[in-house]
Design a protein around this ligand. Structure first.
Ligand code: PHB
Length: 387
């Protein structure tokens, strides 16, 4: 009897350890919450392709674990953000969330990630608050804060002696925050923003606003639009006779992934961003080559950010040998890593945002070509982050 009891105890223990073993060999569940429809659809696809390219380059595994994907189309709709992120957290029980593009949706994701203590890697959305007052150990960004490229463009515009600028953008967090960064940089150089123009996201009826710009005749215009909206805006700006008359600046999203569709209307436009297509480094060249072979298309900044989101996750998982339950060790490794990005090496700030060079670029042919480093190793001020 005693022996029988002992044997069944041993059998039970073996079962438990087999279950633990199976779990630790199970794939890591990655929840991709991205826009696959609407004005930002192309951006979502680029991010997914970039992420998967890095995983593929690692033989399909990160930290020795297979990766299993779960997908939700967030439609860039903030009102559906909480429901959508809960599909991944509660229904699919993902280990890590990767998303999204739109700042308003990302704010809902960050709130849910904090409440559920789910790991979140943001491959685009720049919402300043996420690496500001909402900063948390389990949230890291592979992209930028809205303030970063805006501030750099303001510095450049100030250096060029522009005194009176107007801004135009969609009326939501990303637009408001990038304009704030631009204003801060411009004022440092002695210029000022005389008027801010906005329209609701994702509207593209620019005509009345362009008429207003023509009437005010500022020294420069700063515009944030992206994806399909950026294509339409740049075309309309030229059609209104403003191109070549009033310099048009913007964060690089204005011309990234859009040059083919914008055609001649975008040629010569100068923007600031943490990536430029023709950065002539072995890292960028091999990334672009592998991307083109895999997807028969050229990558853009969104693909880079997706690729680097996977690099960040890989750095975390490698540090814990794939044991995602070792959360503290994993997140601290993600934050300590130096990411060898196609954009150039970057580090992660205490608040979880990339500290990175911001380039001044010019649109030439189908590339956004680097002209200079606008601001070196720019760190977001992370106002309100207590960590
Ligand atoms: C944002 O909403 O934060 C956003 C969207 C598209 C971009 C950049 C930022 O290209």
């Amino acid at each position: 009897m005693k022996t029988a009891l002992k044997l069944s105890a041993v059998a039970a223990a073996l079962c438990v350890s087999a279950a633990v073993q199976a779990q630790s060999n199970a794939p890591i569940k990655v929840g991709l919450m991205l826009p696959y429809t609407g004005t930002y659809a192309a951006l979502g696809n680029m991010i997914e392709n970039g992420f998967k390219l890095y995983v593929q380059e690692q033989g399909g595994k990160l930290g020795g674990r297979e990766i299993q994907y779960f997908k939700v189309d967030d439609e860039s709709d903030p009102s559906k953000g909480t429901d959508n992120v809960n599909k991944l957290i509660k229904r699919d029980q993902v280990d890590v969330l990767v998303g999204t593009v739109h700042s308003g949706v990302a704010l809902a994701m960050a709130k849910a990630a904090r409440e559920n203590d789910t790991l979140l890697i943001i491959p685009n959305a720049g919402a300043d608050a996420i690496t500001g007052p909402m900063c948390a150990p389990n949230i890291v960004r592979s992209s930028f804060s809205n303030w970063q490229p805006g501030y750099a463009m303001g510095v450049v515009a100030g250096q060029r002696g522009h005194k009176r600028a107007m801004t135009i953008t969609w009326n939501y967090a990303a637009g408001a925050e990038t304009v704030k960064g631009f204003r801060e940089g411009l004022e440092k150089g002695g210029g000022q923003v005389i008027r801010d123009l906005t329209l609701p996201f994702p509207n593209v009826e620019f005509q009345a606003l362009l008429t207003e710009i023509a009437a005010q005749k500022p020294d420069a215009v700063y515009a944030f639009f992206a994806g399909g909206g950026a294509v339409k805006f740049v075309k309309d700006y030229a059609a209104a006779g403003l191109k070549g008359t009033i310099p048009l600046y913007g964060p690089g999203f204005l011309t990234d992934g859009t040059l083919q569709a914008q055609g001649p209307t975008a040629q010569g436009l100068e923007t600031t961003l943490h990536y430029a297509d023709n950065l002539d480094t072995p890292r960028n060249n091999s990334f672009r080559k592998n991307f083109a072979i895999t997807y028969k298309a050229n990558p853009d900044v969104y693909a880079v950010q997706g690729y680097d989101a996977a690099q960040l996750l890989g750095a975390g998982l490698n540090a814990v040998k794939g044991d995602i339950s070792k959360r503290d060790a994993l997140t601290s490794a993600m934050r300590k890593t130096v990411v060898d990005s196609p954009r150039g090496k970057f580090t992660i700030s205490k608040a979880g945002n990339p500290v990175q060079d911001i380039y001044l670029r010019v649109a030439k042919g189908e590339n956004n070509e680097v002209k200079a480093v606008a601001v070196k190793a720019l760190a977001d001020p992370a106002r309100g982050c207590k960590m």
